[in-house]
Design a protein around this ligand. Structure first.
Ligand SMILES: C[S@@+](CC[C@H](N)C(=O)[O-])C[C@H]1O[C@@H](n2cnc3c(N)ncnc32)[C@H](O)[C@@H]1O
Length: 213
């Protein structure tokens, strides 16, 4: 996501800081405590300005959600949006995740969303992709059995790459959809900012779901 300068960044952080986890490494294994409840915890990595995750928070109040966004000029928009919608079940992890196990204990998470993850065009950057095999291994550790990993993208190459990485690890998605918006699944779909933009441009949105056993 392009990092436009936001002039009131500090002000947003101060005003909506109660949503932001300042030391997320120290939260490892303690997320339920931070939320103050034992609801299942689901994580979005690369939340952008938070349209998707705040929509999920409002729709499913029996879940605690974590929005992870590393871009320092983007993540303050998430708590701003959450506060404007009176969202109560969200925390923001304001850092780039390289190894999810740095931030989450084994089985601490009950679902992961990856939406329009950066494609990192050049092949030598494949290991930065959020669906690279090492990352997928990390997700498998932090997710409790039965959790779903859900992935949406407009990018054909990244989608095929992801299917191949899953296959490399012997993992088979239970849903693979090449045109999400024309499928019955769309009824339950909450669009992201990028999704709105790409859909307007006429691009088909690809979707897959993997269930961790
Ligand atoms: C292309 S944007 C998509 C934003 C949003 N999900 C959407 O669909 O509108 C990707 C976002 O992921 C963030 N991001 C990329 N890698 C990340 C990582 N390893 N940890 C956290 N955020 C990351 C970027 O800063 C950027 O805001």
């Amino acid at each position: 996501m392009r990092q436009h300068h936001i002039r009131n960044r500090e002000q947003l952080i101060e005003e909506f800081g109660s949503y932001i986890v300042d030391d997320p490494r120290a939260a490892k294994g303690r997320w339920a405590e931070l939320f103050g409840c034992d609801k299942p915890i689901k994580l979005e990595i690369g939340s952008g300005k938070g349209a998707f995750i705040t929509g999920m928070c409002l729709r499913d109040q029996d879940i605690s959600f974590i929005a992870c966004e590393g871009a320092y000029n983007v993540y303050p928009r998430i708590p701003q949006k959450a506060a404007s919608l009176n969202v109560q079940n969200l925390l923001v992890l304001p850092q780039y995740i390289t190894d999810p196990r740095e931030f989450f204990g084994d089985g601490e998470i009950s679902g992961i969303y990856l939406n329009f993850s950066d494609p990192w065009g050049k092949k030598r950057y494949n290991n930065r992709r959020l669906t690279y095999r090492d990352k997928l291994e990390g997700y498998r550790h932090i997710c409790r059995p039965g959790s779903a990993l859900e992935f949406k993208t407009d990018n054909d190459e990244l989608f095929e790459f992801t299917l191949n990485e899953l296959a490399y690890l012997g993992l088979t998605p239970d849903i693979v959809e090449y045109d999400l918006h024309s499928s019955p699944l769309n009824e339950f779909n909450i669009p992201t900012e990028y999704e709105e933009k790409f859909t307007e441009e006429g691009l088909a949105i690809k979707y897959l779901r993997l269930l961790f056993t």
